[in-house]
Write a protein that binds this ligand. Sequence first.
Ligand code: 4UW
Length: 548
Amino acid sequence: MPPVIYEAPYPAPFFPQQSVFQYLFPEAPGISPLPAFDDQLPAFIDGKSGRTLTRAELRSLALRLAAAMRAIGGAEAPGVACIWGFNSLEWVVAAYACMAAGVTLSPANAGYTPSELAHQINDSGAELVFLAPSHIAMFDEARPLLKRSFPPERVVILAESADAPYKTMYDILPQGEFTAQRFDRADAQATAWLCYSSGTTGLPKGVMTSHFNITSQIQAGNIGFQRMRPGDAVIAFIPYSHIYGAVIGLLQPISQGSAVVVLPRFEEVPVLQAIERFKVTLGLFVPPVFIVLLNSPHVRKYDLSSLKTIMSGAAPLSAELLQAFTALIPQCRIIQAYGMTETSPNIANMHRGISVGREYSVGRLLPGFQARLVKDDGEDADTTRGEAGELWVRGPCVMKGYHNNPAATDATIAPGGWLKTGDVVTRDAEGWLSVVDRKKELIKYKGFQVAPAEMEGLLIQHDDVLDVGVVGVYDPKQATELVRAYLVLKGDNKESVAEQVAAWVAQRAARAKHLSGGIVVVDAIPKSPSGKILRKLLRERAKADADP
Ligand code: 4UW
């Protein structure tokens, strides 16, 4: 059977071959397909202090910092920079500076432990680190694990002041006006962002997202689903180290002339205050945020009438939650969106539609994407009969591949450029897609990725652990999966050992990877004859254990 290929319901827009920075801040009229916006419009607003960077200020600071970065090390100028810290205005400037300088940006999760950070710095080959002041001590702890020495000039602090030996971003800014790195078509294929994702299997890998991937994503996204304009404001507490925060909360709003209200993390009251104070029109949420706000005694104390749209993604949103939240804030439409790090990130969303009445769907394909639904036997699903299949996609937003990992790239991108998402999807006659299952190993804790293989690799290092299998278990009360470990333990007194193991993990891994779904002590982990963990069996067991 020939493949059955689906396309978006709207024609693809123009996909420019230029750098993200030139696209958003063109040096001259006509370079970018975007409309020209007033320089004095607010671009980023600190959600707590109200400090504002206009578009002109952002552009100028980013270009000066880019010039400073290029001057570091002379011929050894950094090719990859890491940013580590919670969202802040300085984080934003450093990111735009990387894109202006043509330096690949590898953002690290602010919740990482020193050893997790060291892994990403070593793997990405970062030669420069932008650090939030809150993360300096942990960076120094990570130093013995780093392959490169980072002399003080290769560590830049994201703050107004810093203690010696480090300098701040502001300390190193040269005076004057600078221009962005000139880009030609080949440079548009250069890696702009290197976020980490475990993909369909194994350990987290660097996802090579090109300038072209990102500008294509923004062009396609602007066609319909969250049309913003000057005067609108997006609230961004979703971490900028995750592709959702990065593209939808840091770059796309600037392409529409709207402002971004930046918060370091999701905290109920500061978020509500910021929505009221800055008249936020678009919220970028993950499902657990809806639950917290629905249960919050504070929601009714704030004026949330400015909210026009809330996007939800990174994990499934239940129909009940969607309906309950719509009842709470009736003027606000909720738009589901679906995507992944490897697709820059949006694949489908509720174009010009609302989720009410289509709670089952994550939307229709983003313009420019082609899709297939492939069954386990390799045949394309017969969607007219409601058959599901693994979603394969191709188009200008599909990553270049995994950094330094051609084997993983080949396993993920099939001949013809088809990226296997690992998600099992159905499609109705009008093209609305539903994610019905996940074939890949990934666990999603509050939108954050947790790779079972990484957790198993960590747990097996514990002296009392003989064998281990890690799976996700869904908790409807928090609208998230939790991380559960099935352990075969040495010795007696297994209960206290299990407690120790949980504490041991908590010291070594980011919050998302803590064993929030508990530990279950078992006699054996189900394995295939070749020794592979039978995750399906373990997942079924976890489901049965969760609701006996
Ligand atoms: N429903 C069910 C969903 C959904 C979902 C993602 O960490 P990653 O690699 O990437 C993300 C991306 C989130 C995102 C993309 C596009 C977008 O517009 C948006 O705005 C709301 C958010 O989370 O994890 C990718 C995996 O996460 C699951 C799915 O398994 C996917 O492969 N996932 N969104 N709406 N599941």
